[in-house]
Design a protein around this ligand. Structure first.
Ligand SMILES: *Cc1c(COP(=O)(O)O)cnc(C)c1O
Length: 453
């Protein structure tokens, strides 16, 4: 067969297995062939444009084809594309580590470079286990985590994630972790509201710590925002209480800020809003502006020192990824830091977030199928339900969110849903006019699938 007679989409479907997709869905929704991007816009080969309101899976922080990030990568490319990171180092990595020390919550001063988010999580889990192994508590071999959490796709990361339909399947090959019922502020079993609550649900965590802390090396959480769970937002107080439990029971706290880091929640890191420092923090996605696969596992001096010894004591962290410390990723990350500082990005995003909250409320609050509009930083989510009173969801089989996504796509908005939750998590540089357009399209798509009666 002559490939030239086929469209790009047809050629794609002959070979490519797309992530997190039922490939049969592509029969009537072929992949969109993206030719270029600029700012929040993606342009396909047919000349159609889309607002990338999900930041290409929450990664793109400062717009596509950002001229300053592009230049930084090009400049680095002509100098050094990659080098082994054991025994060797380079200026971009050193500068990045120094800058992260400046902006991170206090105490995180040591950095292990990896090449994606899941890898940063695996690294964190292994480090916490080994830390206790080498400091006299080898019995700490398990991990605590929140139900509905998401920390990546590799076996370890999956094991500390949600036990839902899609992960349950892998149960036989997963680690034996302890799942704590996470806060569910929309359907709060304690009848509290998010903004005015003493977090009685912490009792679930207290019980889990009492029962399992002795055998637990770490608790891993997504601070303030459980992204994959449907952009579930919980109060800073809950995170603060988790920190206290970790201290009381000698369990390390791993903050997975892969999605929340670098201004997504309104502050540079979500942990700041609870006034806490974790023992370990995982960063990726926005770290490089969503340009390069790179991640960092940030730890305290105390953890670092537990590995520091004569080689023959066998205490080294013998863990590596080929592309650890990739110089192009570091160059992108440095450019991101410079832009965040020089352009006062967080302050502008904060103002636009308030604008968006008002806009979303005005547009969606009265819709009979809107259960909740929740937001943190620029991230805004709308949860659709069958019945607002009972908060009963639509039957999953109806794929309501997916239907809205398809309508929005046809109208030029990339609104990939989480079940029946649609959300905005745009590049922080999005303008008010672009937000207006996105809200308009989201509304039109919603009304077509869920007409008001
Ligand atoms: C995306 C994400 C990960 C996994 O990162 P990958 O680079 O996709 O492996 C882990 N944790 C959170 C909170 C994420 O959003």
């Amino acid at each position: 067969m002559n490939d030239n007679n086929l469209t790009w989409a047809e050629r794609d479907l002959r070979h490519i297995w797309h992530p997190c997709s039922q490939m049969k869905d592509y029969e009537d929704l072929p992949p969109i062939v993206v030719e270029r991007g600029k700012g929040v816009w993606l342009y396909d080969t047919e000349g159609k444009k889309y607002i990338d309101i999900v930041s290409s899976w929450w990664a793109n922080l400062l717009g596509h084809a950002n001229p300053r990030i592009n230049d930084a990568i090009k400049e680095q490319l002509d100098r050094l594309e990659h080098v082994i990171f054991a025994n060797f180092t380079h200026e971009p990595a050193i500068r990045l580590a120094e800058q992260l020390t400046e902006i991170l919550p206090p105490g995180l001063t040591r950095f292990h470079f990896n090449d994606n988010g899941s890898a940063a999580i695996e690294c964190a889990l292994k480090m916490c286990f080994q830390y206790y192994y080498q400091t006299g508590k080898p019995e700490k071999t398990r991990f605590l985590c929140l139900s509905e959490g998401y920390h990546g796709e590799t076996i370890g990361a999956l094991s500390v994630g949600s036990m839902d339909l899609y992960t349950k399947l892998y149960r036989p090959i997963m680690l034996d972790t302890v799942h704590i019922d996470a806060p569910d502020c929309y359907r709060c079993p304690y009848g509290q509201t998010r903004d005015n609550c003493a977090c009685p649900c912490i009792e679930k965590a207290e019980a889990a710590f009492a029962a399992h802390a002795k055998e637990a090396a770490a608790l891993i959480v997504e601070p303030l925002l459980q992204g994959s769970a449907g952009m579930r937002v919980y109060p800073p107080l809950y995170l603060k209480k988790l920190r206290e439990l970790c201290d009381a029971y000698d369990v390390k706290l791993i903050a997975d800020e892969i999605a929340t880091g670098f201004g997504r929640t309104g502050t540079m890191f979500a942990c700041e809003q609870a006034g806490i420092s974790p023992d370990v923090m995982c960063l990726s996605k926005g770290l490089t502006g969503g340009y390069m696969p790179m991640s960092v596992t940030c730890v305290t001096e105390e953890i670092y020192q537990a590995f520091y010894a004569d080689y023959n004591e066998g205490k080294a962290f013998l863990h590596s990824h080929t592309y650890a410390g990739n110089p192009l990723g570091c160059a992108a990350a440095l450019a991101v830091q410079r832009i965040l500082r020089e352009d006062n990005i967080l302050a502008k995003a904060k103002e636009n977030a308030q604008y968006l909250t008002a806009k979303m409320t005005e547009t969606f609050a009265e819709h009979p199928n809107v259960g909740e509009i929740r937001h943190i930083g620029l991230i805004h989510a709308v949860e659709f339900v069958k019945d607002r009173g009972t908060k009963d969801p639509f039957a999953a089989k109806k794929r309501t969110g997916y239907a809205i996504f398809r309508r929005a796509l046809a109208k030029g908005l990339l609104l990939r849903p989480l079940g029946d939750v649609i959300y905005f998590n745009p590049p922080l540089t999005i303008t008010k006019a672009e937000l207006d357009t996105a809200v308009q399209i989201a509304q039109a798509a919603t009304e077509e699938i869920l007409p008001r009666r």
